[in-house]
Design a protein around this ligand. Sequence first.
Ligand code: PLP
Length: 403
Amino acid sequence: MTRIEIPFHRPSIGPEEIDEVVRTLKSGWLTTGPRTSEFEQALGSYVGAPYAQAVNSCTAGLHLSLAAMEIGPGMEVITTPLTFCATVNVILHVGATPVLADVGPDGNIDPESLLSRLTPRTRAIIPVHLAGLPCDMRTIWRVARDRRLFVIEDAAHAIGAHYRGSPVGAGDPSAGTYSDSAVFSFYATKNLTTGEGGMIVAHNEAFAEKARILCLHGLSKTAWNRYAGRGRWYYEVLVPGFKCNLTDVQSSLGLHQLRKLESFIEIRTRYARLYHDLLADAEEFELPPDRADCRHAWHLYMLRLNLEKIAIGRDEFIEALQDRGIGASVHFIPIPLHPFFARYARLAENQCPRALALYPRLVSLPLYPAMSEGEVEYVARTAKDIARGARRKHPIAVAASTP
Ligand SMILES: *Cc1c(COP(=O)(O)O)cnc(C)c1O
């Protein structure tokens, strides 16, 4: 019998993407040019945002957003501890101070905790839509309006998610409320991929213009603008910018990934429901949270272990999955646990006991369109087998978190 291998992720790249990349390679224009413009327009209209700036990563997009808002030393930016390190690194890159608010039961930033972190130095909030489940944006927008704060959505997981009827990135059009920017990731494992890449979407023209200039050295014109302007060589440096542009080779992938995104989300949603159905009767598990007023993008299926019911820990659980050919992961190691961030985490205003208590329970199961339904069933069956085999005869009380 062949050994079953279900890696944590397999990309879905079809012949359309491959042909488009080849056409681009033959076109003579490899860097930022017509395909990137086309990708920006298509993605902006998909999410319902008038401005879209392609960047070479979500990290770069978050950094450019902070830079374009002129956030820097002496200012505080509030974010969540349950995120990838990039969200916090970029705050430090502009010289500002990261402040961590704790998470709520859904794993997203908790508005109550966010309120408790506000100081006169607070300048911006970076909510992260964990796993593709939108944050409580209405409350965040209200706080931001009252306190005149910027909101930058880390939407790395959330392309295709909807918040109260509108795509993440569209804001709340009926109320005329928007974030200052939302940034998507097109990293290899994300819902839509260009290998590496990202997109900033925005509703304010002045911000979008600043981000565009900062994205490419601070130049007044891109090489493509100059080429399209019949070979004019002249440009001016308006500000010392960065080098964060997305190439046409990458955008060639993105254009076709975007066309398939709705079908990707449909499959992810179907598989998430299949996991729910198959795992619901296992008392060793708590199923990932959802919200009735949102469309979850199901970037990740973050299962929670009920540690008082099983005799093994999360790490052993993941090893047992691995032994049966299943790749699993953890999202995320909370920011306070990384050595570099410990200095911030020690401060009283950064205590996040709920995030730290959630961490040892988290296991992300494989979830992607290139899986078959049979593979989803195998993963669910195996996870249950492992949990049953490790079931505690006498459930213990797990001590409350020790921050
Ligand atoms: C992947 C990810 C990022 C970074 O995205 P890149 O495109 O790799 O820079 C940022 N935040 C979160 C929550 C992520 O998962």
